[in-house]
Ligand binder design. Structure first.
Ligand SMILES: Nc1ncnc2c1ncn2[C@@H]1O[C@H](COP(=O)(O)OP(=O)(O)O)[C@@H](O)[C@H]1O
Ligand SMILES: [Mg+2]
Length: 249
């Protein structure tokens, strides 16, 4: 297709099919890499065990190198897992559920880690929140990515506020942290796959979260200030009222 050619329904279908094929290919490639990688890492762990008490400077150096290879394998494994999660988000099976329940579950998961790094988690959950259509497990995966980022932005401690509220169009969740915030470049690129400012970051947390929110018919907004903190707002639509009968019938 040339650059100036209008995109017709047919060529759009063709593009979609090509995209799906490439995505499937990338997914199988990631799977194929995972297996030999885990064999390499297992053997690195075994070698490190053998050298657990180095008897000479040479053995000590060898142990250092083995541990370094092990850490890089672990990093690759995390990257592949994040990538597989990212490429897997497609059409979701949605059921009526309460946003608060999933927010609570994810915050509970992180409460020990937050406490140990001096982060205070504050919950302002609206307990009259109506149900929305959601896929609990996948939604929690998105929330995990967001909360993890907030905690990583507050290594010296701080506060994370989770607030749910009713909006004109649906229900919303605000996640507000007092972390390092984002500079302009990061704010522009944060949803780009593989964009990360962290050493060892996969850069797939936010793109995955956004895909998941959008697969719920929702959207994600961000406001961030360097040195002050970051607010993410997720908004989900109200389900069409089931069984509603128009007046006068
Ligand atoms: N709450 C936050 N506070 C500050 N920066 C953030 C926050 N969330 C995301 N970011 C920025 O967005 C980038 C992309 O995030 P993400 O996609 O989760 O990748 P990763 O966490 O692996 O770097 C991060 O590297 C970081 O610079
Ligand atoms: Mg992340």
């Amino acid at each position: 297709m040339s650059e100036n050619e209008p995109i017709t329904g047919d060529s759009l279908d063709q593009l979609r099919a090509q995209y799906a094929e490439l995505a499937a290919l990338a997914g199988s490639l990631a799977h194929e890499i995972k297996n030999p990688l885990s064999v390499i890492r297992m053997n690195m762990d075994l070698l490190a065990e053998d050298l657990a008490e180095p008897q000479s400077p040479r053995e000590r150096r060898a142990l250092g190198k083995i541990e370094m290879v092990g850490r890089q394998c672990e990093r690759l494994e995390n990257l592949l897992n994040d990538f597989l999660r990212f490429s897997k988000v497609g059409r979701l099976d949605l059921h009526l559920g309460n946003l608060n329940d999933h927010v609570e579950r994810v915050l509970d998961l992180f409460s020990a880690q937050a406490a140990s790094s001096g982060v205070d988690i504050v919950r302002y959950l609206d307990h009259d929140l109506p149900s929305i259509l959601l896929n609990g497990e996948t939604l929690q995966a998105a929330l995990v990515n967001l909360v993890k980022n907030s905690l990583e932005a507050m290594e010296g401690g701080g506060q994370l506020i989770a607030r749910t509220r009713l909006t004109r169009h649906g229900v919303a969740l605000d996640l507000i942290d007092t972390g390092i915030g984002m500079d302009e470049r990061t704010a522009l690129n944060m949803f780009e796959p593989f964009y990360s400012t962290k050493s060892g970051g996969s850069g797939l947390g936010l793109p995955t979260a956004r895909r998941i929110i959008e697969a719920h018919g929702g959207r994600i907004g961000v406001h961030s200030e360097v040195g002050r903190g970051t607010q993410f707002t997720l908004e989900f639509p109200m389900p069409a009222r089931l069984g509603e009968v128009p007046a006068g019938t």
